[in-house]
Design a protein around this ligand. Structure first.
Ligand SMILES: [Zn+2]
Length: 270
């Protein structure tokens, strides 16, 4: 029996997608999903997910949602559940700075990120970091990742578990971000395979330490099968088939390893 791990953003079709993800994953037995609830205003901060034990939660305030208004006490309440295994996605996102219709406030992002880092430390939860620079250049990612890491270093003990979600940095930076934090993981995401925009990822992905690599579908935000314009939590095995050749391993081995790593990353192996 193989196991399957997926990150999963939830929106309005929540109930339907839970059933779909858990009972109809082709060719693999789904052990758990991580439902990422980081947009307070889309209704994803909801309790029903707590009724299905194979669905674990990461709860937080996404950096692009910091100005939308949210109740920190509600977040603190969600974090108390033992099914909540992570805080996030949180971090910095200035990718819309150049667009006039977006109201990006880097200071507000810093403050909300800091709150969430403290929440993770105080509750023993994994931190899930999202960083998107203004321009999709390696230097921009380096800058933001370093900013996020210095906040982490100022608040977190070295035992802190950290997931760099949708990691889009270099090999060197990966080593830098792991320094002093042995429980640091890097998510390979559908966007990571966009070698036109992120050519350096061709080198980075195979260099992610074997025991630190996670797979993410990030459904419904990323298309996994471009020819069919499809994206779903059930498509992790399809995504693994795309990633595996870069690592020169069979996709089923990759799914198994990523699943084991995820259990460690999110304290589910204890
Ligand atoms: Zn993200």
């Amino acid at each position: 029996m193989s196991e399957c791990f997926k990150y999963w953003h939830v929106r309005s079709l929540y109930e339907l997608e839970v059933t779909d993800a858990i009972d109809h994953v082709p060719g693999c037995e789904l052990e758990f999903v991580i439902n990422i609830c980081c947009f307070p205003n889309t209704g994803s901060w909801r309790k029903p997910s707590l009724t299905e034990r194979r669905v674990r939660l990461a709860c937080g305030v996404h950096p692009v949602a910091v100005n939308e208004g949210y109740n920190l006490d509600e977040l603190k309440d969600m974090v108390k559940s033992d099914l909540c295994v992570g805080i996030g996605e949180c971090g910095y996102d200035i990718s819309s700075l150049d667009k006039t219709d977006k109201d990006i406030d880097p200071d507000a992002q810093f403050n909300v990120f800091e709150e969430q880092v403290k929440l993770a430390v105080n509750n023993g939860k994994t931190l899930m970091i999202h960083c998107r620079p203004a321009v999709n250049m390696l230097a921009g990612f380096c800058h933001l990742y370093r900013d996020a890491f210095s906040l982490i270093k100022s608040e977190c003990p070295e035992s802190q578990h950290i997931v760099w979600h949708c990691y889009l940095g270099s090999v060197d930076l990966m080593e830098e971000l792991s320094e002093g934090y042995p429980n640091t993981y890097f998510g390979v995401h559908p966007i990571s395979l966009d070698f036109v925009k992120y050519p350096w990822m061709r080198e980075t992905i195979p260099k992610i330490p074997w025991d630190k690599l996670l797979l993410e579908t990030d459904s419904p935000y990323c298309v996994i099968q471009p020819d069919r314009n499809k994206c779903a939590p059930t498509m992790l095995p399809v995504f693994a088939i795309q990633v595996a050749p870069l690592l020169c391993i069979p996709s089923k081995v990759l799914l198994y390893v990523a699943s084991q790593n995820a259990k460690q990353a999110f304290h589910m192996d204890e």
